[in-house]
Design a protein around this ligand. Structure first.
Ligand SMILES: [Zn+2]
Length: 282
């Protein structure tokens, strides 16, 4: 792929340009992963090693403090990163046990309570229809595809990870009328609080794109959560609204240079327009 072949010279140019350009404002970057099948564990291991050598990885608690105004924690050579996973696939629990624990990394896992409650084939149908938005049928999903159980989510919490809300059933919030919006946004935290003993301050809206969110949805989210993470690339700096947090989607199948380019903000320029639109929705 051309963009993969260009990643190395692009990264070299970006680093040189930044050395000349001087210091940038301190930023927190949020990395966004989804299902992490076992054949991607080595790539995840390499990514975490790279990020730890650069800006370092912060825990969800440290990220909250950072976003609340304590902008410290940056290492020489890069921005600190928070690791997040969306959708709550069972592979996330396996990756936490096999890879994250080896690095001592604590992550934030966004889950959909309404889908966790479904069993077997009903859950696979819902994953295809809601998480993949009907682009896949249940029969197209890998055989092992399922979501974490409440027991596995509880185990993540016991390991020191944090759980966030990803809406009740992974609907596109920008298309929902008010009553369904409230159920998807507020109802989600009610179930999480009942199941896990406390509500979460974190929300990540499904699909993450600028067309998947609206001013009405962000207003409802703000009544229930302190932090709302999008899927729009960019740095989170002091002036970034906590309801419009940026995140970098990570494709573990991409080469290491391309992932470094993503983590170092080399693709940020392409997302300036959606970032501006997101900020106007607040
Ligand atoms: Zn999702």
């Amino acid at each position: 792929m051309l963009r993969y072949r260009l990643a190395r010279p692009w990264l070299t140019g970006l680093r040189a340009w930044r050395r000349i350009g001087g210091a940038r404002p301190p930023a927190l970057r949020i990395l966004l992963l989804h299902d992490v099948p076992e054949h991607h564990f080595d790539a995840l291991d390499r990514l975490l090693g790279t990020v730890k050598r650069q800006g370092g990885l912060v825990t969800p608690g440290e990220a909250e403090a950072w976003l609340a105004g304590d902008g410290g924690g940056a290492q020489e050579g890069g921005s600190p990163c928070l690791l997040t996973f969306d959708d709550g696939f069972a592979s996330n629990h396996a990756a936490a046990e096999a890879v994250l624990s080896r690095h001592g990394v604590k992550a934030l896992f966004f889950v959909c309570p309404g889908l966790i409650e479904l069993d077997g084939e009903a859950q696979r149908q819902a994953i295809a229809a809601h998480i993949f938005d009907g682009r896949l049928g249940a029969a197209d999903l890998p055989g092992a595809a399922r979501l974490m159980s409440w027991r596995e989510i509880g185990a993540l919490k016991a390991m020191g990870h944090a759980i966030g809300a990803h809406s009740m059933t992974h609907r596109r919030l920008s298309r929902l009328p008010g009553d369904e919006l409230c159920r998807e946004v507020r109802g989600c935290n009610e179930v999480l609080a009942a199941r896990l003993g406390e509500p979460t301050p974190w929300f990540a809206y499904p699909f993450g794109s600028i067309d998947s969110i609206s001013a009405a949805a962000l207003a409802v989210i703000a009544t229930e959560y302190r932090f709302c993470r999008s899927g729009i690339r960019g740095p989170n700096i002091e002036t970034t609204d906590r309801r419009a947090l940026r995140a970098d989607q990570i494709d573990l199948a991409a080469p290491g240079d391309y992932l470094s380019l993503v983590v170092e903000g080399g693709l940020d320029w392409r997302y300036a327009a959606p970032r501006r639109r997101l900020d106007t929705l607040i």
